[in-house]
Ligand binder design. Structure first.
Ligand code: SF4
Length: 585
């Protein structure tokens, strides 16, 4: 059935438990959220000894299911005060799954808050189980992750890594867990919700994972799994967004910059406009053309993690052809670009590189810099000032610590009322006044403002799964359907981007469910997807309610209800009844 690995950071011990029966068919987000719900006191301090940090690979992670190397990270969030799941693509996820470890639960914390340790997790072939050696991590504290990762690979060989940068060491509300990408860069993040601070509060700097000799994933019905895998693969290879040399493989997620700008939904200069005059200069098309010019050849994107056939992850190169950063995602370019009035890919690339070096969530960082600009700490559009402020965050100067605390807290300190947050977490790259469904998701979702918990942009903007009017306010049913389905997908270990193909190609959706049945021996149908997602959300809602959240927390900030957003001159006008209706069915 698999193993639960508990790591106690109070005394640096660990235990291996057989997964209990009630968790048998849970994985990824379903498992992290259930363990947080079952074991974490909702009223505990997120950075105290009673919070727990859970890492869980998905249902089909570790198999050759396409685009399935995601790991979910869960805890009580220091940013929202509620439950959190953030996931990342990395070889770390399949390596953990191949060891038969269904979840790592990190508990306790050392007495000395300045102590940092590494857990070196390997496979003991003689004992037929995983083992851990705890090693001092202090010599890597305060260092740039781009400098630390090569040292770790040199020391430990071919391993996978997760850990924190200075942001997590400082226990910032804006700090993520970093994971290695396919080239060993510290570039993939479970970024949102301040989960890096939870890891930092436990004195855990890195988990170094070496799965050599591990037995691999067991299948209940490998034939059924293969049937499903082939159907899903075929759908991904066929769909215009996900196929090789399709939109995502060519332009990356930044293909959305021009599209969202055209729709009037690209938040600009701290959510004061829905269009950015410099959008074309920072769009996916500009990345493709800019790389072509600097490298003298066309460059298609790569996989962030093993086995991804969509391959949306880009690299941006300097004028001399050397690599500046991977990856300039749509949301990162938006937050550090358009939302700060910055129209240079060299500047957004440098800002993203610094976020990776320090262990920061690029979305929360960009929205915080924009609030800082509005609060007078820098000018909109000034890339040099933005870089200087970000360096202060990485170094932990007094100003840096305020900005590292996240958008909501920085806005409070600076007296800025235009704080684009829900439940303490900043909004991503889609203006809810201009795209109402994603606003309903931001407002009502269990994770705070987070597009990945229900990507209604697919039908509202991209026309995937049928076109829906972006301004229509009656979006409770749409939001609920996306929230539920996403909770299931986040549990499978698949990247959310498979949703584009399975929404349009029914056989792909069937394949997804068959893959899961092939691993677990379940007989789920497509109807079970919504049911399972609903059950996960119910646990997350219950945790948030016990933590003190009410329907008043499912609301948008006041400025969106009174300030008209150009170019469509729209306000947030979705009635509260519609928001409440998301949870009434
Ligand atoms: S689609 Fe993109 S983000 Fe998702 S796993 Fe593949 S490369 Fe990573």
């Amino acid at each position: 059935m698999g193993t639960l690995l508990r790591i106690n950071m109070t005394d640096r011990t660990y235990t291996l438990e057989e997964l209990s029966e009630k968790y048998e068919f849970l994985a990824g987000r379903g498992l992290t959220s259930t363990i947080v719900h079952d074991e974490v006191d909702p009223l505990c301090h997120a950075l105290g000894p009673n919070n727990k940090l859970i890492l869980a690979p998905g249902m089909v992670t570790g198999t050759n299911a396409p685009t399935s190397a995601r790991i979910s990270v869960g805890a009580k969030s220091p940013l929202t005060g509620g439950i959190k799941e953030a996931n990342a693509g990395s070889g770390f996820a399949p390596s953990l799954a191949r060891m038969g470890i269904r979840a790592i639960v990190v508990e306790g914390q050392p007495e000395n808050k300045d102590e940092f340790w590494m857990a070196h997790l390997t496979w003991d072939g003689d004992a037929g189980q995983a083992k851990i050696e705890f090693l001092p991590g202090d010599k890597y504290v305060g260092k740039n992750l781009y400098k630390v990762f090569p040292k770790l690979f040199k020391r430990f060989g071919k391993v996978n890594i997760t850990g924190i940068g200075t942001a997590g060491e400082f226990r910032y509300g804006n700090s993520g867990l970093v994971f290695d990408d396919t080239k060993g860069r510290p570039a993939r993040y479970a970024g949102r919700g301040g989960l890096g601070a939870v890891m930092g509060s436990k004195g855990l700097k890195f988990i170094i994972l070496d799965s050599k000799g591990a037995p691999g994933v067991e299948y209940a019905d490998q034939e059924l799994f293969n049937k499903g895998r082939k159907k899903l693969t075929a759908a991904l290879m066929e769909h215009d967004l996900t196929k090789p040399k399709g939109a995502l493989n060519t332009y990356g997620t930044a293909v959305l910059i021009n599209i969202m700008n055209e729709a009037g939904g690209l938040p600009t200069r701290n959510f004061s406009d829905g269009r950015f005059e410099g959008a074309a200069k920072i769009a996916g098309e500009a990345i493709f053309e800019g790389n072509k010019e600097r490298l003298g050849k066309e460059l298609y994107n790569h996989a962030c993690s093993p086995g991804c056939i969509i391959q949306c992850s880009n690299t941006w190169h300097k004028e001399d052809g050397t690599e500046l950063v991977s990856c300039q995602e749509y949301e990162s370019i938006w937050s550090l670009g358009a939302n700060c009035g910055i129209d240079s890919l060299d500047v957004t690339g440098e800002l993203i590189r610094l976020c990776n070096a320090y262990g920061l969530d690029t979305i929360e960082m960009g929205t915080t810099l924009a609030v800082a600009m509005e609060g007078g700490l820098a000018d909109f559009g000034d890339g040099d000032q933005a870089i200087k402020l970000l360096r202060k965050v990485g170094k932990g100067t007094p100003v840096g610590r305020i900005l590292g605390a996240g958008t909501a807290k920085a806005a409070d300190v600076l007296g800025v009322t235009r704080a684009p947050v829900v439940k303490g977490q900043s909004m991503p790259a889609y203006e809810p006044r201009a795209v109402k469904g994603i606003g309903v998701v931001y407002a009502t979702g269990t994770m705070g403002a987070d597009h990945t918990q229900g990507y209604t942009i697919a039908p509202e903007i991209a026309g995937v799964g049928g076109k829906v009017d972006q301004f229509d306010r009656d979006k409770a049913d749409l939001a609920r359907a996306f929230l539920e389905t996403t909770a299931f997908i986040d549990s499978t270990g698949h990247c959310l981007f498979i949703a584009f193909a399975i929404l349009d190609i029914a056989s792909g959706f069937e394949g997804l469910v068959e893959e899961c049945n092939g691993v677990f021996g379940t007989d789920w149908t497509m109807d079970d997807v919504g049911r399972i997602g609903k059950e996960i959300l119910a646990k997350e809602r219950a945790f948030n309610e016990a933590a003190g959240m009410t329907s008043k927390d499912d609301r948008m900030p006041e400025f969106m209800r009174i300030e008209k957003l150009p170019p469509h001159d729209v306000i947030w006008d979705v009635p509260d009844d519609t928001l409440d209706a998301v949870w009434e069915s």
